[in-house]
Design a protein around this ligand. Structure first.
Ligand code: RUQ
Ligand code: CUA
Length: 663
């Protein structure tokens, strides 16, 4: 048996290697595999949104190595926005203006980039509620919360004791917690040790981040200190399994080099089942230890229109060997990637990348086995449950290289197969394969609206593919990233549409537009603006010198700046343009840019204040202007700043219209 499955995984490994070859030689017109001409006659009708009509769903895609979130409409596949999250964005001045720089602060300093993988829409009673969307940053471990009333990043929390925040931010039924499991085990707390001391010094932290139900504010409630495994993905329980979160792991071999071979030896790796309600009891009982830590908590305020960054210096840690019943390990074939709890909460579906089958653990059997102590040893004091005691069902040989599973409202599951490039639909409980459809090419994640929740919305499955090859016009060596839309209304899946995505999409989540649209903020009330440097009317505008710092309190309204002429700035000054948009109407941003600034423009929403820092190096008279075409007289929305030599006695003065002497 063991031999057989080893043979099989060798086969799969060979197939993976073969795939790489195929992909690298596919440049020369792989025309045969496209389905360009063979779509059903009414596919176009099903995705056509007439000019002026609105899409039915929002799709939020991870940007992968772009670090951002893409916002699309479905079924049209039209791109609406890229939300800057972990990477700077000059278009919106995110990470460039003074207000948002603190959002990207970490214990390693200012980090202008990350790799974002898994968006997670907030839920109430196991249903997506359209309030927030969370996403993980992998490289410098972080979790972000985006407010869906503004579609802006509202909070970023760094995760200590972590390396590669991959099994994140999979949240619980009422958004009580978002989780953050570490991909790389690391010394905890971090210290300088030989890498060869992996087995003894390296641990894997699973973080549980509590979310305030009203404000959404995040806070690391506790971490569970696990043995040195690599935690990959996660899924939280539903219904009967609410209170538990399941993490896949690989590298049960606990190796630290050549993992592609060394971490593919064991027949089974593990799912870690964490009972977070039990963890709360242990916390109350004082079982947690305070570990020193060093991480940043960054929060943006819609009142001050500014972010603050706070360093946090400790974290509460639970040690499984001291907390019986907190964690169990479920043996799972073989190097599992995705783990997905079905909508009933009974089955924990695991995709073993090198396994021939899809394995579903049974939650109720797991509880019984834990009760009866049906153990098969332990790792670092964490009991391993017997595989046969927890096995709920197996989908036999559905395809090659299963990665992720989503669900619809009718008891069906959809699993992505990376190697055989397809989506396979199967029945939860009977484990029979019902349908399969090819994807172009090499699908990673897939997404059904609400497909990871207790109440899936269904209707579509979206394939998020790794390879594009010949699906679009070529754009040099780098091709666009790609998604595909399939209808799942009928018994058979039907391919409707290809559409490109920005950045590499990993996971995506979709939600009915009707759950998001009513929450939209149209503008910020000026009367609520508490920005320290806001000018709330033109009569409040001024220019103030404090040593070499010059603060310009400026306003913008169609179609002028106040002031629009400024003199008395000198080479060597640091000029802060604090610009308030006085408009109180929907869809009237103004922009501000000045010649010679070593930063991006700022793009200021109605009622908002943003700050651009200008450090002039050359004397002269330099123009500034509005960058957003805001009215028929947008082109007239302009002004000048005069820059004098550092030694000059040019008086500070400013005006709009009639020149007047001030100060
Ligand atoms: S992981 S496929 Cu983050 Cu599957 Cu991308
Ligand atoms: Cu304001 Cu253009």
């Amino acid at each position: 048996m063991k031999n057989q499955s080893n043979q099989l995984s060798n086969l799969v490994l060979a197939a993976m290697a073969g795939l790489v070859l195929v992909l690298s030689s596919c440049g020369q017109g792989n025309k045969g595999a496209t389905t360009g001409g063979t779509l059903g006659g009414n596919a176009a009708q099903k995705t056509y949104i007439a000019p002026g009509a609105l899409d039915e769903f929002y799709l939020f895609t991870s940007g992968g190595f772009s670090g951002q979130i893409g916002v699309y409409g479905l079924p049209s596949g039209r791109l609406f926005k890229q939300i800057p999250v972990f990477s700077v964005d000059a278009e919106k001045a995110y990470g460039f203006n003074e207000e948002t720089k603190p959002m990207l602060q970490t214990s390693h300093g200012f980090v202008p980039w990350d790799d974002s993988h898994h968006p997670a829409l907030s839920q109430t009673n196991g249903e997506t509620d359209g309030r927030w969307i969370f996403i993980n940053g992998n490289n410098t471990p972080r979790v972000a919360r985006v407010d869906l009333s503004t579609f802006e990043t509202a909070e970023i929390l760094e995760i200590p004791n972590s390396g590669g925040n991959h099994s994140s931010p999979y949240l619980t039924m009422n958004t009580e917690y978002v989780v953050a499991g570490t991909r790389f085990s690391v010394p905890i707390p971090q210290k300088d040790v030989p890498i060869s001391s992996y087995g003894e010094n390296f641990k894997g932290a699973l973080s549980f981040i509590k979310v305030d139900p009203n404000s959404g504010h995040m806070n690391i409630e506790f971490q569970v200190l696990m043995p040195g495994l690599d935690f990959d993905l996660a899924s939280s329980g539903k219904g009967p399994s609410h209170g538990w979160t399941f993490f896949t792991s690989y590298n049960s071999e606990q190796k630290n080099s050549l993992l592609e071979v060394n971490a593919s030896q064991n027949d089974k790796d593990f799912v870690a089942a964490v009972n977070w309600k039990k963890a709360e009891e242990y916390l109350k009982a004082g079982k947690a230890k305070d570990y020193p830590a060093n991480y940043m908590h960054n929060v943006y305020s819609d009142e001050t229109h500014s972010a603050t960054s706070t360093a946090v210096k400790s974290v509460k840690v639970l040690i499984p060997s001291e907390c019986p019943g907190l964690v169990y390990l479920l043996p799972t074939p073989k190097s599992p990637h995705g783990v997905d709890v079905d909508p009933t909460g009974e089955y924990v579906v695991c995709s073993g990348k090198l396994s021939a089958d899809i394995t579903a653990h049974s939650f109720s059997k797991m509880l019984k086995a834990a009760e009866a102590k049906e153990f098969d040893g332990d790792i670092g004091g964490v009991p391993i449950l017997k595989f046969e005691s927890v096995l709920g069902g197996t989908v036999k040989e559905p395809g090659l290289g299963p990665l992720h599973t989503e669900f619809d409202a009718n008891g069906n599951a959809y699993t992505s197969f990376f190697i055989s490039s397809e989506i396979v639909k199967w029945k939860v409980g009977t484990w029979e394969v019902i349908d399969r459809q090819p994807t172009y090419y090499s699908i990673g994640h897939l997404c059904v609206p609400g497909g990871n929740s207790a109440k899936p919305e269904g209707k579509y499955v979206i394939a998020l593919n790794k390879i594009t090859k010949d699906r679009y016009l070529p754009t040099g060596p780098e091709l666009t990233q790609s998604a595909q839309l399939y209808s799942i209304d009928g018994d058979k899946m039907e391919l409707l549409l290809d559409f490109p995505t920005v950045g590499e999409p990993h996971y995506a989540q979709a939600i009915s537009a009707s759950r998001v649209v009513p929450k939209q903020k149209q503008f910020f009330k000026l009367s609520d603006n508490k920005h320290k440097y806001a000018a709330l009317s033109e009569k409040d505008t001024k220019v103030v010198r404090e040593g070499n710092n010059v603060h310009v309190y400026m306003t913008m309204i169609r179609s002028h700046f106040a002031p629009d002429n400024i003199e008395g700035v000198k080479v060597g000054d640091k000029v802060y343009f604090h610009v308030t948009n006085l408009e109180q109407d929907f869809d009237v941003p103004h922009g501000f840019a000045v010649l010679g600034a070593n930063t991006s423009e700022i793009l200021v929403m109605p009622g908002q204040t943003e700050t651009l820092v200008y450090e002039p190096r050359q004397e002269g008279v330099f123009p500034f202007y509005c960058t957003d075409f805001c009215s028929a007289l947008h082109q007239e929305m302009q002004g000048y700043v005069r820059v004098s030599p550092a030694s000059s006695a040019t008086a500070l003065k400013w005006w709009l219209g009639e020149e007047k002497q001030v100060q």
